[in-house]
Design a protein around this ligand. Structure first.
Ligand code: DON
Length: 571
């Protein structure tokens, strides 16, 4: 029998359930739900309770954290189709307790061989959003299935089939749609009109939408998952699925070839390691900018006594924004796929470099982003990625973030395959040399080249204390990911919050340009003081969705982010 080791009393439990219901109905106004729940042995936290349970079932069958992460990843591809995926890519950061070893799996999408630096420009030399937002041309060569395959093959314990099977059953037998998913699918009405295969999979036969409580079955996805179950990654990158994908993409103006699929490789990367106030911070190197940026900003912040400051205070928010501005400036300037461009990661994540960057942090008054560096401006990103965290009974940990880029990606489902393809080519700098104040970046490190991986902001992170996992975290949210992860870490380490409070705490974001602090609405009261310090502010409903685990005295405490939905499971 599963024993859940929760520290809540009965009275607070009822209150907590009430708060949870409130948070689902009014996700933008929640305050912390208080003390984090914990599990004695192992835990999985993701956006979706069904997928988290799939992960925990695998752990109970003898799997390790990697097995659980692979099974959770496949399950989310069925139950959280806006971001969970087979047709996208991501990053898995693994910590193996016995060996004390950290491993990063980079399964980011790659540009097809026929990609060119100017492929998204129109006759006038401007980025053509019709080509670059959705549709067949913006699809990168998917990495997820290869990434999960490599994770399982190299670091898992259980048979591959056991890891794919739960997802296959969910696709075949269906699962019950809840209000969050029903609403999300209804929100895709015009995209479903434009992409009939998308509509075929996610609308009912009569063309209406699934209501909460109804069962969504995905027979074509089940067929694809069967081929993956039986043939491993080859079931996706070769044979029937590959052929269907390539035929449909090419018939509609896309450029992915069978060779692109056959040649796709997930890369094993040496994670970056930094330190912060006696903790060790382990993050992903490029093709994600996540680890570099998080470690660099923590290095800058280390010189300030954050713990003595008030968390929700204009001077604290101002200091964070100043730090973020510098971090995002260096990100835009230096980072790209290190298989193609030279990046001095040791320098960028070093304490001496942070000391020089700190000269650009003004604690009294906002630094001008344009003065800091006039040449580069960033563009907005989509709104669906998903992160989950796993810790097993041996102390192995996995932080995994993966994405289709936008919610539901390119909206393309190749006929008969049942899964959405990403629109990740969007993350390249699309107009070489052209950087403008409306948000285009044209710097060299992240220009399109065949076979190159587009720069990501995904930041799965594991913080170690005494060489053991202490905090496992990450988030979706495009560029805001980096700043969400940064804030979860400082909330725990500097502001001594438990992991649930750290996740619940309202967040801010500054990305150098545009020169504005974006803040969750709960921080609205601080806007006038921030303005007096020279900052521009804007309010957003939510930022990120950071499903995290903190290990304290052996207990796996879960930080479930309710900004989207969220569900933890454990034993
Ligand atoms: O890799 C990246 O940084 C982006 N494609 C992630 C997009 C994203 O997080 C959208 N989500 N909420």
């Amino acid at each position: 029998m599963v024993k859940r080791n929760t520290k809540r009393t009965k009275g607070t439990k009822a209150l907590w359930i009430l708060c949870l219901l409130c948070s689902l109905l009014f996700p933008y106004v929640t305050e912390s739900k208080g003390q984090a729940a914990g599990y004695t042995n192992a835990a999985v936290v993701s956006v979706d309770p069904i997928a988290s349970s799939v992960g925990v079932d695998i752990l109970k069958k003898g799997g390790n954290a990697v097995d659980a992460a692979v099974a959770t990843g496949f399950a989310l591809a069925v139950t959280w189709p806006g971001a969970g995926n087979l047709g996208g890519g991501g990053f898995m950061l693994i910590y193996l307790a016995k060996k004390g070893e950290a491993i990063g799996i980079d399964y980011r999408e790659k540009a097809p061989e026929k990609a060119t630096p100017k492929m998204f420009l129109n006759d006038k030399g401007e980025v053509d959003s019709k080509k670059s937002d959705v549709g067949y041309l913006v699809v990168g060569v998917p990495g997820t299935v290869k990434g999960l395959w490599e994770a399982s093959r190299r670091y898992g314990k259980l048979d591959w089939k056991m890891l794919v099977e739960p997802a296959l059953k969910l696709a075949q037998n269906g699962f019950v749609v809840d209000e969050v998913l029903a609403r999300s699918l209804r929100g895709q009405a015009s995209e479903m009109d434009a992409f009939p295969e998308f509509a075929k999979v996610f609308r009912k036969v009569d063309g209406t939408y699934y209501q909460a409580g109804e069962t969504l079955q995905q027979p074509e996805l089940a067929r694809t998952l069967t081929l993956i179950l039986n043939n491993g990654a080859n079931g996706f990158y070769q044979g029937e699925v590959a052929k269907k994908l390539v035929d449909d993409v090419q018939a509609n103006g896309g450029i992915i070839t069978l060779k692109d699929l056959a040649n796709y490789d997930a890369k094993i990367r040496m994670p970056l390691r930094g330190t912060y106030r006696g903790y060790e911070v382990v993050g992903m190197p490029p093709s994600s900018s996540g680890g570099t940026a998080v470690i660099q900003m923590l290095n800058i912040l280390e010189a300030y006594n954050l713990g003595a400051m008030k968390r929700r205070d204009a001077s604290t928010i101002h200091l964070l924004a100043e730090t973020m501005r510098v971090g995002f400036y260096t990100r835009a300037k230096y980072l790209g796929d290190t298989d193609f461009v030279k990046v001095d990661l040791a320098k960028l994540t070093s304490k001496p470099f942070a000391n020089t960057l700190r000269a650009n942090v003004n604690t009294e008054h906002a630094t001008s982003s344009l003065t800091l560096g006039k040449d580069i401006i960033t563009r907005g990103e989509g709104s669906s990625t998903t992160h989950f965290s796993v810790v097993d009974a041996e102390g192995n940990a996995v932080a995994n973030t993966y994405t289709l880029e936008d919610s539901y990606g390119s909206r393309v489902i190749a006929k008969g395959t049942g899964f959405l393809l990403n629109n990740e080519m969007h993350d390249f700098n699309m107009n070489p040399g052209v950087t403008d104040i409306r948000g285009l970046v044209g710097t060299a490190p992240n220009l399109i080249q065949p076979g190159k991986r587009m720069l990501s902001s995904m930041a799965p992170t594991i913080v170690l204390k005494d060489k053991k996992p202490f905090l496992v975290t990450g988030s979706p949210g495009g560029r805001t990911i980096i700043n969400t992860v940064l804030q979860v870490i400082i909330n725990v380490i500097d502001f001594k919050m438990d992991v649930q409070a750290a996740v619940d705490e309202p967040r801010i974001h500054h990305q150098w340009l545009p020169d504005v602090i974006s803040m969750e609405r709960r921080l609205e009261d601080l806007a006038p003081s921030l303005k007096m310090m020279g900052n521009q502010t804007r309010l957003v409903s939510t930022q990120g969705d950071s499903h995290s685990i903190l290990i304290k005295d052996g207990e796996k405490q879960v930080g479930v982010d309710h900004r989207e939905r969220g569900g933890a499971a454990g034993y």
